[in-house]
Design a binder for this molecule. Structure first.
Ligand code: LHQ
Length: 259
């Protein structure tokens, strides 16, 4: 359910249930989480690239997995969230390495919100984002109600979530939900180049940067200035900082090793 390729520092993960628009079943959840965990644990992995196989990126939860027409007790979706979605979201946000998302086609429900949790999101011009939850009586999960409110503010967040209207990639980029909309046939080349560039970067500094930016919204400037001091101290102890400055002074490109 997940295709995994490792190539010079980039772990490329492809959601691979194209006949179901890469919607999540338990197997795909566990496989994806294991791969992101591997990205945490393996110092040779210095960036992650997430994308989808076929014409879609991800249609959220596989709705065939729990067909209510089959009867039985009502499902505990809170348990599904706690067991599968929340650990994945936390892992992506906590990963001290850049995560690039290449949204190759429709991203619906949790599929859209997992994309928004990644660090840099590129989307094919034809891709759309749909907060599909309200169509089936649910609420935006996978961090969606948080990221939409935070990034867009209440008016747009509420309209998207309450109406489930599709949002085209270009508008998503104009609204700041993603980094860029890209011509469909150029998406993978650009996303792979970006991931490769990040993987060749100063991984310690990039990871600390990600952490600081994520912390910023939940804190005040005074506290945050102290955090910048502490994390800059840490960045200054990295070998890549010494290499970056040496390369600058020697007028050559740096050879960062990720430590
Ligand atoms: C699917 C799905 C799908 C199964 C397309 N499941 N088969 C968390 C916790 C617990 C429970 C519930 O949920 C959550 C989080 C969530 O993510 S809730 C939201 C779940 N997702 C949706 O509601 C989206 C459902 N899908 C759609 O609305 C459409 O498929 C979109 C708009 C994504 C794409 O539309 P089309 O391009 O017209 O494609 P399609 O609808 O024809 O889909 C292609 C195939 O994929 C089709 O199968 P078939 O055998 O007929 O070819 C669909 O049944 C299947 N598929 N999404 N989520």
């Amino acid at each position: 359910t997940i295709l995994s390729e490792q190539n010079s520092g980039v772990l490329k993960l492809t959601l691979n249930r194209p006949e179901k628009l890469n919607s999540f079943n338990e197997e795909m959840h566990l496989a994806l989480r294991a791969e992101v965990q591997r990205a945490h644990d393996d110092p040779a992995i210095r960036a992650v690239l997430l994308t989808g196989a076929g014409r879609g990126f991800c249609a959220g939860q596989d709705l065939g997995d729990r067909d209510p027409r089959k009867g039985g007790p009502k499902p505990d979706l809170g348990h599904t969230i706690e067991t599968f979605y929340n650990p994945l979201l936390r892992l992506i946000r906590k990963l001290d390495k850049p995560v690039v998302c290449a949204v190759n086609g429709v991203a619906a429900g949790a599929g859209a919100n997992i994309a928004f949790a990644c660090d840099i999101v590129l989307a094919a011009r034809s891709a759309k984002f749909i907060q599909a939850f309200s169509k089936i009586g649910l609420i935006p999960d996978a961090g969606g109600s948080w990221s939409l409110a935070r990034i867009l503010g209440e008016p747009r967040a509420k309209a998207l979530a309450l109406t489930a209207e599709p949002l085209m990639a270009e508008t998503a980029a104009d609204w700041g939900l993603i980094w860029k909309a890209i011509e469909d046939d150029a998406l993978m080349t650009e996303a792979e180049a970006l991931a490769a560039k990040l993987a060749a970067g100063p991984t310690v500094g990039l990871g600390l940067t990600k952490r600081l930016i994520q912390e910023a919204a939940g804190t005040d400037l005074d506290t945050h200035l102290d955090r910048e001091r502490d994390l800059q101290r840490e960045a200054g102890f990295s070998d890549d900082y010494a290499e970056g400055v040496a390369a600058f002074l020697e007028k050559r490109s740096p050879n960062f090793r990720g430590s």
